[in-house]
Design a protein around this ligand. Structure first.
Ligand SMILES: Nc1ncnc2c1ncn2[C@@H]1O[C@H](COP(=O)(O)OP(=O)(O)OP(=O)(O)O)[C@@H](O)[C@H]1O
Ligand SMILES: [Mg+2]
Length: 373
């Protein structure tokens, strides 16, 4: 049974639609990331699930129970929703020790004293802060404070944990570390996580499923690699992946059931369909999407281009290259570098190139490419 269900949820602030006709089903024990550019409605969505924000319209269920319904006039307060909340500004209580920070909420919930102590030690062990229990927040590093905040949130054993950019105050190295800790934690405590981030890499690496939003509407909801390999539209293709997908404008001609030609003033490709999602018509304006790792360097290829720039980082090198006046980005793995303006051969060996409608941005087809000129 899905753990959290949003049905036709809308939130308006005056004339602004923060979230619009939003449907989402988060399965039990999923780790879902809400991802999208600033202002797309991620925080608003999370706050509506938690009960801190009241939707203008719609219905929200948690664990089979309606917690909000504009139709049935139901609106449970946050403390009746069995959720844990963790925000960017997790503000620990400065005058309380770490122990007290974690135990305080349990005391308010009228837990028995011996149970509280046991639970605090369990939580401290889980997030590895057992030796810090007597310290005050000011005596902790950012990452340690973050872990205390996590322990405090998890202590009452919520079935659902809602997090809004909880790692964004940490430096890059610590953020990486905490990401893998969170992922382990998710497995160990068997709860459902909903996690807001605007960082696509964070969303990709943490989630069992990504919910990608734009302007308050859902763009795609799928596992990270499915979203990466099979973006539903231009926005998704562009937002997910770093370095970004290459896009080339072109026009469709000579279309039949198996293939079509894709042409602009500088390039001509033969495109063989693997899957077709939408009708494609002769003369249609389209945008071809090519992932940087789907262009490979190949000594003996007849597709010659010149090196425009290189960014070697040790593990990989990002190469920008000029192919008949079009700039493409490719990624090649390992310790390689090229002299600028030298000629290299490239091959298009994948069968996972996409064409999108220039007009609507929708994906039309996926297939293989052959460079003709
Ligand atoms: N209390 C409010 N009053 C008026 N408008 C609001 C309010 N809260 C949010 N909004 C608007 O609703 C939209 C969505 O905001 P929200 O905070 O959900 O975005 P977000 O995706 O979390 O962005 P960010 O990544 O910057 O945190 C924005 O246009 C925002 O300006
Ligand atoms: Mg936000």
């Amino acid at each position: 049974m899905p753990d959290i269900v949003l049905k036709n949820v809308t939130k308006r602030f005056g004339k602004v639609y923060a979230v619009k006709n939003f449907d989402l089903a988060v399965e039990d024990r999923d780790f879902v990331t809400l991802l999208g550019p600033s202002g797309c409605g991620k925080t608003t969505t999370l706050r509506m699930i938690s009960g801190l924000e009241t939707p203008t319209e719609g219905e929200i269920k948690i664990d089979g129970k309606i917690v909000f319904s504009s139709y049935k006039q139901i609106n449970l307060s946050p403390d009746k929703r069995d959720i844990g909340l963790l925000f960017q500004n997790y503000a620990l209580w400065p005058h309380m020790t770490v122990f007290k920070n974690i135990s305080f909420g349990l005391e308010n919930l009228k837990w028995e004293k011996s149970n509280i102590k046991k639970r605090v030690y369990e939580m401290a062990e889980l997030v590895k802060i057992t030796d810090l229990l007597e310290r005050y927040p000011a005596e902790l590093s950012g990452g340690q404070q973050q872990r205390v905040a996590i322990a405090r949130t998890l202590a009452p054993n919520p079935r659902v944990l809602l997090m809004d950019e909880p790692l964004s105050n940490l430096d890059a190295k610590l953020r990486m570390e905490m990401r893998s800790e969170l992922k382990r934690l998710h497995k160990e405590i068997e709860a459902t996580f909903v996690y807001v981030t605007h960082d696509q890499l964070e969303a990709m690496t943490l989630a069992t499923k990504i919910c990608l939003m734009k302007d308050g509407t859902l763009q795609q909801y799928a596992p990270p690699l499915a979203i990466y390999d099979d973006p539903k539209n231009l926005f998704v293709g562009d937002f997910i992946g770093n370095p970004s997908m290459n896009f080339i404008e072109s026009k469709v001609s000579n279309i039949d059931a198996q293939s079509c030609l894709l042409k602009n003033e500088k390039l001509e490709f033969l495109f063989n369909f693997k899957t077709k999602t939408k009708e494609i018509t002769e003369g249609q304006e389209v945008i071809v999407g090519i992932r940087p790792e789907d262009i490979t360097i190949s000594e003996d290829s007849t597709n010659k281009c010149t090196v425009y720039s290189t960014l070697p980082s040790g593990i990989e090198t990002i190469v920008k290259m000029n192919l008949n006046g079009n700039l493409f980005t490719l990624v090649t793995f390992g310790r390689v570098d090229f002299k600028l303006d030298t000629e290299i051969g490239v091959a298009f060996n994948s069968n996972n190139y996409h064409i999108f409608s220039k007009d609507t941005g929708e994906k039309l087809a996926t297939g293989s490419l052959k460079l003709l000129s």
